[in-house]
Design a binder for this molecule. Sequence first.
Ligand SMILES: [Zn+2]
Length: 49
Amino acid sequence: MAKKQKDVVCGMDVNESSKFKSEHNKQKYYFCSESCKKEFDSKPKKYAH
Ligand SMILES: [Zn+2]
């Protein structure tokens, strides 16, 4: 069963099987859409905890 992850950009729950993901400080982040991923990639420090 895929674990649920939080899309830190928009706050939605996202499955780990999402194809939109990034890595920052060795932590993986999952996104609901390409636009959320791009937003995170442009300002990772704003969203990474
Ligand atoms: Zn999103």
